[in-house]
Design a protein around this ligand. Structure first.
Ligand SMILES: Cc1cc2nc3c(=O)[nH]c(=O)nc-3n(C[C@H](O)[C@H](O)[C@H](O)COP(=O)(O)O)c2cc1C
Length: 253
Protein backbone atom coordinates (compact mmCIF):
# COMPACT_ATOMS: atom_id res chain seq x y z
CA UNK A 1 0.00 0.00 0.00
CA UNK A 2 1.10 3.57 -0.65
CA UNK A 3 0.99 6.03 2.23
CA UNK A 4 -1.07 8.59 0.37
CA UNK A 5 -2.71 9.36 -2.97
CA UNK A 6 -4.40 12.47 -4.31
CA UNK A 7 -7.80 11.83 -5.87
CA UNK A 8 -9.21 14.37 -8.34
CA UNK A 9 -12.77 13.61 -9.35
CA UNK A 10 -15.66 15.22 -11.17
CA UNK A 11 -18.88 13.55 -10.12
CA UNK A 12 -22.16 15.43 -10.53
CA UNK A 13 -24.32 12.57 -9.21
CA UNK A 14 -21.83 10.60 -7.11
CA UNK A 15 -21.18 7.49 -9.24
CA UNK A 16 -17.71 8.52 -10.39
CA UNK A 17 -16.75 9.45 -6.86
CA UNK A 18 -17.90 6.09 -5.47
CA UNK A 19 -15.89 4.10 -8.00
CA UNK A 20 -12.81 6.32 -7.70
CA UNK A 21 -12.83 6.07 -3.91
CA UNK A 22 -12.84 2.26 -4.05
CA UNK A 23 -9.79 2.40 -6.30
CA UNK A 24 -7.95 5.05 -4.27
CA UNK A 25 -8.57 3.20 -1.00
CA UNK A 26 -7.16 0.07 -2.65
CA UNK A 27 -4.00 1.98 -3.50
CA UNK A 28 -3.24 3.88 -0.31
CA UNK A 29 -3.86 4.27 3.40
CA UNK A 30 -4.76 7.93 3.08
CA UNK A 31 -6.66 9.63 0.27
CA UNK A 32 -6.63 13.39 -0.24
CA UNK A 33 -9.73 14.16 -2.33
CA UNK A 34 -10.30 17.18 -4.55
CA UNK A 35 -13.78 17.71 -6.01
CA UNK A 36 -13.38 19.27 -9.46
CA UNK A 37 -17.07 20.13 -9.45
CA UNK A 38 -16.66 22.84 -6.83
CA UNK A 39 -16.54 26.32 -8.29
CA UNK A 40 -13.71 28.41 -6.94
CA UNK A 41 -10.24 29.64 -7.51
CA UNK A 42 -7.78 27.22 -9.02
CA UNK A 43 -7.30 23.55 -8.34
CA UNK A 44 -5.12 22.44 -5.41
CA UNK A 45 -1.78 20.92 -6.40
CA UNK A 46 -1.24 17.24 -5.53
CA UNK A 47 0.36 16.51 -2.15
CA UNK A 48 1.58 12.98 -2.85
CA UNK A 49 3.56 11.19 -5.57
CA UNK A 50 0.60 9.29 -7.02
CA UNK A 51 -2.55 10.82 -8.41
CA UNK A 52 -5.88 9.18 -9.26
CA UNK A 53 -8.03 11.12 -11.72
CA UNK A 54 -11.65 10.21 -12.41
CA UNK A 55 -14.23 11.72 -14.75
CA UNK A 56 -17.61 10.59 -16.03
CA UNK A 57 -18.30 9.99 -19.72
CA UNK A 58 -20.63 12.51 -21.34
CA UNK A 59 -21.38 11.73 -24.97
CA UNK A 60 -18.21 9.67 -25.35
CA UNK A 61 -15.98 12.50 -24.05
CA UNK A 62 -15.05 13.83 -20.64
CA UNK A 63 -17.01 16.91 -19.55
CA UNK A 64 -15.34 20.09 -20.83
CA UNK A 65 -15.31 21.66 -17.37
CA UNK A 66 -13.48 18.64 -15.91
CA UNK A 67 -10.89 18.90 -18.70
CA UNK A 68 -10.50 22.62 -18.08
CA UNK A 69 -9.94 22.14 -14.34
CA UNK A 70 -7.50 19.24 -14.84
CA UNK A 71 -5.45 21.44 -17.16
CA UNK A 72 -4.67 23.62 -14.15
CA UNK A 73 -2.53 20.83 -12.65
CA UNK A 74 1.21 20.33 -13.21
CA UNK A 75 2.39 16.71 -13.18
CA UNK A 76 6.17 17.11 -12.95
CA UNK A 77 6.50 13.40 -13.74
CA UNK A 78 4.11 12.16 -11.03
CA UNK A 79 2.43 8.82 -11.63
CA UNK A 80 -1.27 8.87 -12.37
CA UNK A 81 -4.00 6.27 -12.64
CA UNK A 82 -6.82 7.52 -14.85
CA UNK A 83 -10.44 6.41 -14.72
CA UNK A 84 -13.52 7.16 -16.77
CA UNK A 85 -16.87 6.09 -15.41
CA UNK A 86 -19.76 5.46 -17.74
CA UNK A 87 -23.36 4.36 -17.73
CA UNK A 88 -23.18 1.09 -19.73
CA UNK A 89 -23.61 2.62 -23.21
CA UNK A 90 -20.00 3.34 -24.31
CA UNK A 91 -16.93 5.37 -23.33
CA UNK A 92 -15.65 6.01 -26.88
CA UNK A 93 -12.87 8.67 -26.81
CA UNK A 94 -13.19 9.67 -23.14
CA UNK A 95 -10.30 7.65 -21.70
CA UNK A 96 -7.95 8.63 -24.53
CA UNK A 97 -8.89 12.28 -24.02
CA UNK A 98 -8.26 12.05 -20.27
CA UNK A 99 -4.88 10.37 -20.80
CA UNK A 100 -3.88 12.93 -23.42
CA UNK A 101 -4.65 15.77 -21.00
CA UNK A 102 -2.72 14.19 -18.14
CA UNK A 103 0.32 13.50 -20.35
CA UNK A 104 0.17 17.01 -21.77
CA UNK A 105 0.32 18.29 -18.18
CA UNK A 106 3.43 16.24 -17.42
CA UNK A 107 1.94 13.23 -15.63
CA UNK A 108 3.08 9.68 -16.28
CA UNK A 109 -0.07 7.58 -16.91
CA UNK A 110 0.76 4.15 -15.42
CA UNK A 111 -2.69 2.52 -15.50
CA UNK A 112 -6.20 3.30 -16.70
CA UNK A 113 -9.70 1.92 -16.37
CA UNK A 114 -13.16 2.37 -17.85
CA UNK A 115 -15.57 1.49 -15.07
CA UNK A 116 -19.34 1.27 -14.75
CA UNK A 117 -21.77 3.19 -12.57
CA UNK A 118 -25.50 3.74 -12.77
CA UNK A 119 -26.59 5.89 -15.72
CA UNK A 120 -27.33 9.30 -14.28
CA UNK A 121 -30.08 10.10 -16.81
CA UNK A 122 -31.69 6.65 -16.97
CA UNK A 123 -30.92 5.13 -13.54
CA UNK A 124 -32.46 1.74 -14.39
CA UNK A 125 -29.46 1.27 -16.70
CA UNK A 126 -26.54 0.01 -14.63
CA UNK A 127 -28.77 -0.03 -11.56
CA UNK A 128 -26.87 -0.91 -8.38
CA UNK A 129 -23.44 -0.41 -10.00
CA UNK A 130 -20.82 -0.29 -8.67
CA UNK A 131 -21.72 -3.48 -6.78
CA UNK A 132 -19.75 -6.10 -4.81
CA UNK A 133 -18.32 -7.68 -7.94
CA UNK A 134 -17.19 -4.29 -9.27
CA UNK A 135 -15.55 -3.59 -5.94
CA UNK A 136 -13.57 -6.85 -6.04
CA UNK A 137 -12.45 -6.21 -9.63
CA UNK A 138 -11.38 -2.64 -8.84
CA UNK A 139 -9.46 -3.73 -5.72
CA UNK A 140 -7.69 -6.47 -7.62
CA UNK A 141 -6.71 -3.90 -10.29
CA UNK A 142 -5.36 -1.64 -7.50
CA UNK A 143 -3.25 -4.55 -6.25
CA UNK A 144 -1.77 -5.13 -9.70
CA UNK A 145 -1.00 -1.41 -10.07
CA UNK A 146 0.87 -1.51 -6.75
CA UNK A 147 2.79 -4.67 -7.72
CA UNK A 148 3.86 -3.12 -11.02
CA UNK A 149 4.94 0.03 -9.25
CA UNK A 150 6.99 -1.89 -6.66
CA UNK A 151 8.67 -4.00 -9.37
CA UNK A 152 9.38 -0.80 -11.29
CA UNK A 153 7.76 -2.33 -14.36
CA UNK A 154 5.12 0.30 -15.06
CA UNK A 155 4.95 1.16 -18.72
CA UNK A 156 2.87 3.64 -20.73
CA UNK A 157 -0.69 2.40 -21.19
CA UNK A 158 -2.50 2.29 -24.48
CA UNK A 159 -6.25 2.86 -24.43
CA UNK A 160 -8.90 2.77 -27.15
CA UNK A 161 -10.26 5.92 -28.78
CA UNK A 162 -9.76 8.07 -31.85
CA UNK A 163 -8.16 11.44 -32.54
CA UNK A 164 -9.67 13.82 -33.38
CA UNK A 165 -12.15 12.94 -30.65
CA UNK A 166 -15.83 12.76 -31.45
CA UNK A 167 -17.62 16.12 -31.32
CA UNK A 168 -18.68 17.24 -27.85
CA UNK A 169 -22.30 16.79 -26.79
CA UNK A 170 -24.60 19.61 -27.72
CA UNK A 171 -28.10 19.20 -26.29
CA UNK A 172 -29.94 22.53 -26.21
CA UNK A 173 -31.99 21.56 -23.19
CA UNK A 174 -31.79 22.09 -19.42
CA UNK A 175 -33.51 20.55 -16.40
CA UNK A 176 -36.58 22.46 -15.17
CA UNK A 177 -38.02 23.23 -11.74
CA UNK A 178 -41.53 22.04 -10.87
CA UNK A 179 -44.04 24.21 -8.97
CA UNK A 180 -43.13 22.22 -5.83
CA UNK A 181 -39.72 23.99 -5.86
CA UNK A 182 -39.27 25.85 -2.54
CA UNK A 183 -36.43 28.06 -3.84
CA UNK A 184 -33.93 26.66 -1.36
CA UNK A 185 -31.05 27.41 -3.74
CA UNK A 186 -29.48 23.94 -3.47
CA UNK A 187 -29.56 23.46 -7.27
CA UNK A 188 -27.68 26.71 -7.85
CA UNK A 189 -25.10 25.88 -5.20
CA UNK A 190 -24.23 22.44 -6.62
CA UNK A 191 -24.14 23.48 -10.30
CA UNK A 192 -20.47 22.98 -11.33
CA UNK A 193 -20.65 25.79 -13.90
CA UNK A 194 -22.86 28.31 -12.10
CA UNK A 195 -25.60 28.07 -14.74
CA UNK A 196 -28.52 28.35 -12.28
CA UNK A 197 -29.80 31.53 -10.63
CA UNK A 198 -32.90 32.81 -8.94
CA UNK A 199 -34.76 35.60 -10.76
CA UNK A 200 -38.03 37.22 -9.61
CA UNK A 201 -38.85 34.20 -7.45
CA UNK A 202 -38.15 31.67 -10.20
CA UNK A 203 -35.22 29.35 -10.88
CA UNK A 204 -33.58 30.27 -14.20
CA UNK A 205 -31.10 28.01 -15.99
CA UNK A 206 -28.67 29.28 -18.63
CA UNK A 207 -28.95 26.88 -21.61
CA UNK A 208 -25.51 27.91 -22.88
CA UNK A 209 -23.77 26.99 -19.64
CA UNK A 210 -25.79 23.91 -18.63
CA UNK A 211 -24.14 20.63 -19.66
CA UNK A 212 -27.02 18.50 -18.39
CA UNK A 213 -24.79 16.89 -15.78
CA UNK A 214 -27.78 16.12 -13.52
CA UNK A 215 -26.11 17.47 -10.35
CA UNK A 216 -29.09 19.76 -9.66
CA UNK A 217 -31.62 16.98 -10.29
CA UNK A 218 -29.79 14.61 -7.92
CA UNK A 219 -29.36 17.27 -5.22
CA UNK A 220 -32.90 18.70 -5.09
CA UNK A 221 -34.32 17.83 -1.65
CA UNK A 222 -37.90 18.31 -2.92
CA UNK A 223 -37.42 16.17 -6.07
CA UNK A 224 -38.64 19.26 -7.88
CA UNK A 225 -35.87 19.37 -10.48
CA UNK A 226 -36.37 17.11 -13.51
CA UNK A 227 -35.48 16.75 -17.15
CA UNK A 228 -38.27 18.03 -19.40
CA UNK A 229 -40.59 14.96 -19.66
CA UNK A 230 -40.30 14.57 -23.48
CA UNK A 231 -36.48 14.55 -23.16
CA UNK A 232 -36.62 12.02 -20.32
CA UNK A 233 -38.94 9.81 -22.38
CA UNK A 234 -36.63 10.05 -25.36
CA UNK A 235 -33.62 9.04 -23.23
CA UNK A 236 -35.58 6.21 -21.57
CA UNK A 237 -36.43 4.87 -25.01
CA UNK A 238 -32.96 5.33 -26.44
CA UNK A 239 -31.23 3.56 -23.56
CA UNK A 240 -34.03 1.21 -22.43
CA UNK A 241 -32.54 -1.85 -24.11
CA UNK A 242 -29.42 -1.49 -21.92
CA UNK A 243 -31.40 -2.16 -18.74
CA UNK A 244 -30.67 -5.87 -19.00
CA UNK A 245 -27.01 -5.46 -20.02
CA UNK A 246 -24.21 -6.00 -17.53
CA UNK A 247 -21.28 -4.17 -19.11
CA UNK A 248 -17.86 -5.26 -17.83
CA UNK A 249 -15.25 -2.97 -16.34
CA UNK A 250 -12.12 -2.70 -18.50
CA UNK A 251 -8.62 -2.29 -17.09
CA UNK A 252 -5.43 -1.21 -18.83
CA UNK A 253 -1.93 -1.56 -17.38
C1 LIG B 1 -25.01 14.42 -20.17
C2 LIG B 1 -24.67 12.99 -19.96
C3 LIG B 1 -24.09 12.26 -20.98
C4 LIG B 1 -23.77 10.91 -20.78
N1 LIG B 1 -23.16 10.22 -21.79
C5 LIG B 1 -22.84 8.92 -21.61
C6 LIG B 1 -22.20 8.18 -22.65
O1 LIG B 1 -21.83 8.70 -23.70
N2 LIG B 1 -21.98 6.85 -22.45
C7 LIG B 1 -22.38 6.22 -21.30
O2 LIG B 1 -22.21 5.01 -21.21
N3 LIG B 1 -22.90 6.91 -20.26
C8 LIG B 1 -23.16 8.23 -20.40
N4 LIG B 1 -23.71 8.96 -19.36
C9 LIG B 1 -23.86 8.31 -18.05
C10 LIG B 1 -22.72 8.70 -17.11
O3 LIG B 1 -21.47 8.56 -17.75
C11 LIG B 1 -22.71 7.84 -15.85
O4 LIG B 1 -23.99 7.76 -15.29
C12 LIG B 1 -21.72 8.35 -14.81
O5 LIG B 1 -21.64 7.41 -13.79
C13 LIG B 1 -22.16 9.67 -14.21
O6 LIG B 1 -21.22 10.06 -13.26
P1 LIG B 1 -21.64 10.71 -11.86
O7 LIG B 1 -22.55 9.70 -11.14
O8 LIG B 1 -20.34 10.85 -11.17
O9 LIG B 1 -22.36 11.96 -12.14
C14 LIG B 1 -24.04 10.28 -19.54
C15 LIG B 1 -24.64 11.03 -18.52
C16 LIG B 1 -24.94 12.37 -18.71
C17 LIG B 1 -25.56 13.16 -17.59
Amino acid sequence: MLDKTDLYYFSPTGGTRKVAEILSQGLSEEVHSVDLGVRGEGVEAPESGTVVVAAPVFGGRIPAIAAERLRQLEGNGKKTVTVVVYGTRAYEDALLELNDIMREKGFQVVASAALIARHSIVPEVGKGRPDGQDREEILSFAKKVLERSQEGTDSPVDVPGDRPYKAGMNMPVTPLSLPSCVQCGKCASVCPVGAIRSENGAVVTDPEGCMLCMACVAACPEHARILPPPVQEQMDQKLGALRSVRRENVFFL
